[in-house]
Design a protein around this ligand. Structure first.
Ligand code: AIR
Length: 181
């Protein structure tokens, strides 16, 4: 039985181990919305709903999904379990949601046995954002529009750093002047 809809044009599938992981992922999803990349967000736990997690991974390719992002905390086996059921690239995002503050999920996501790769990102929202960017970089190899968006994004980031530097210099100069007066 198919569990996930077949008629949606989704390129990036984001799977959360729990709805409680969502706040870490929301900014990454905003980026995908801004870039108009068809995506979906579903919850499927490798431990609490293993059949659902297996179904997602085994149906994803036929549904047109090109990259899977798996987000989970604690004993985070989600990315590895999904990767075991598909030939799609799987990007893992460990979340610091347990008393071990993410060391558990980082190791569980990264330390895959040879043969079943998971591209593991940094912990938390930075990792989620990088997962979205990496997924788009994969899609962009076949899509000049996305290549341009990625170039624009890098330029925007660099301009943001230059602006921040200018603002900091102005603040330091102002503080210095106030101190002298
Ligand atoms: N989790 C859920 N099923 C398996 C795992 N590893 C993770 C979730 C979340 C954490 O357990 O990804 O980060 C706590 O989930 P909850 O639902 O108790 O808040």
């Amino acid at each position: 039985m198919e569990v996930f809809l077949a008629d949606t044009a989704v390129q990036i599938g984001i799977v959360l181990g729990s709805a409680s992981d969502w706040p870490e992922v929301a900014p990454a999803v905003q980026l995908l919305q801004r870039w108009q990349i068809p995506h979906e967000v579903v919850v499927a736990s490798a431990h609490r709903s293993p059949a659902r997690a297996h179904a997602y991974a085994s149906e994803a390719e036929a549904r047109g999904v090109q990259v899977i992002i798996a987000v989970a905390g604690a004993a985070a086996h989600l990315a590895g379990v999904l990767a075991s059921q598909t030939i799609l690239p799987v990007i893992g995002v460990p979340i610091a949601s347990s008393p071990l503050q993410g060391l558990d999920s980082l190791l569980a996501t990264a330390q895959m046995p040879a043969g079943v790769p998971v591209a593991t990102m940094a912990l938390g929202s930075a990792g989620a954002r990088n997962a979205a960017i990496l997924a788009v970089q994969i899609l962009a190899r076949q899509d000049p529009r996305l290549q341009q968006q990625l170039r624009d994004y890098k330029q925007e980031m660099a301009q943001g750093v230059a602006r921040a530097s200018q603002e900091l210099q102005e603040k330091i100069a102002k503080d210095h002047a106030a101190h002298k007066a």
